[in-house]
Design a protein around this ligand. Structure first.
Ligand code: ADP
Ligand code: MG
Length: 300
């Protein structure tokens, strides 16, 4: 029987699976992924093993393929994470998605590459750090009244700042990280962020994520709520176009997050191909689709 490793981390894993006992607020998403995948993988003749990506390498003995499942703590140790993926690949484990793609996807500057390929992306200033004068320049460049400042290496809206034109940071303020600055798109609180889950390049399901009232971040950690929706042909085509712009082979899994801009076009917010939460509750067929795609890659 082939074994698939589902990479998690010490704060998504339950204690009895090697977690440190204090789980992230969104660790229930880990449980939902496992609940969706485990029966489908078993039915496909695959053994699913949940492993901390930082576990001793010996724990990976017998694993044929790894999925980068809920390894959500890599942000502050990206080099170690990438090194581990290379190490797994070097001992013959199929790493999904592959280290080269992950290395490209970990730095949000990949959005620039997608834009060069013609993808519709949110206008962005790329800065090594951000201070008050950069904020003032961005307000001029984008002619908007709110800005979002985010880390170039980031996830889960961690450390993100929303700046209002009438409430500027003080002159001593520094963001403190390589950053991207974007105009705030009000569609986030209206239509919401649209997510498209692709397995082996085929749309599995789509959902809309909306923030809690008074917030603009759609993540469950901040009270965001997601609902399945049936995308129309135009919406699906907009998301597929992002996959087509990738400078890599079709990935096993991808989550394309999109947000409508003022000109009514759907723009890519993120093309998540490292360890995206794949919203199994909104796509009950996810486990089966993923199991089938993995089995194909393992010649099962
Ligand atoms: N330009 C923007 N306009 C409005 N909301 C935004 C914008 N950029 C980010 N957000 C909000 O912040 C969240 C996190 O930003 P995102 O770029 O997806 O980074 P990550 O999910 O990797 O932390 C988004 O899901 C959305 O709710
Ligand atoms: Mg996001």
């Amino acid at each position: 029987m082939k074994t698939v490793g589902f990479l998690a981390c010490e704060t998504t894993l339950p204690l009895h699976f090697g977690g440190i006992g204090e789980r992230r607020g969104d660790a229930f998403e880990h449980d939902l992924m496992i609940a969706a995948l485990a029966p489908a993988f078993e039915a496909a003749g695959l053994d699913l093993k949940v492993i901390d990506w930082e576990a001793p390498i010996a724990d990976f003995a017998g694993v044929d393929l790894v999925l980068l499942g809920t390894s959500w703590n890599y942000q502050d140790k990206a080099d170690a994470f990438l090194a581990r993926l290379d190490e797994l690949a070097a001992i013959g484990i199929k790493v999904c998605n592959p280290p080269d793609l992950v290395r490209w996807n970990i730095q949000k500057t990949y959005l620039r590459d997608l834009a060069e390929q013609g993808a519709a992306t949110i206008p962005t200033l790329w800065l090594t750090d951000v201070g008050l004068s950069d904020i003032e320049d961005a307000f001029k460049a984008f002619e908007c009244d709110r800005l979002v400042v985010k880390r170039q290496v980031g996830a889960g809206a961690l450390g993100q700042v929303l700046v209002h034109r009438d409430d500027l940071p003080d002159p001593a303020w520094r963001f403190g990280h390589p950053a991207m600055v974007q105009p705030f798109l009000p569609a986030i609180a209206e239509e919401g962020e649209l997510s498209f889950i692709f397995i082996d390049g085929e749309l599995s399901h789509a959902l809309v994520k909306r923030p809690a009232s008074g917030d603009y971040r759609i993540q469950s950690l901040y009270g965001g709520v997601e609902t399945a929706f049936e995308p129309d042909a135009g919406q699906t085509a907009a998301a597929s176009a992002i996959l087509d712009a990738l400078p890599f082979e079709t990935p096993l899994y991808a989550r394309i997050d999109m947000l409508r801009a003022q000109d009514n076009r759907l723009m890519v917010m993120e093309a998540e191909m490292i360890e995206p939460y794949l919203y199994p509750v909104q796509g009950p067929q996810l486990g089966e689709r993923l199991a089938r795609a993995v089995a194909k890659r393992l010649d099962v």
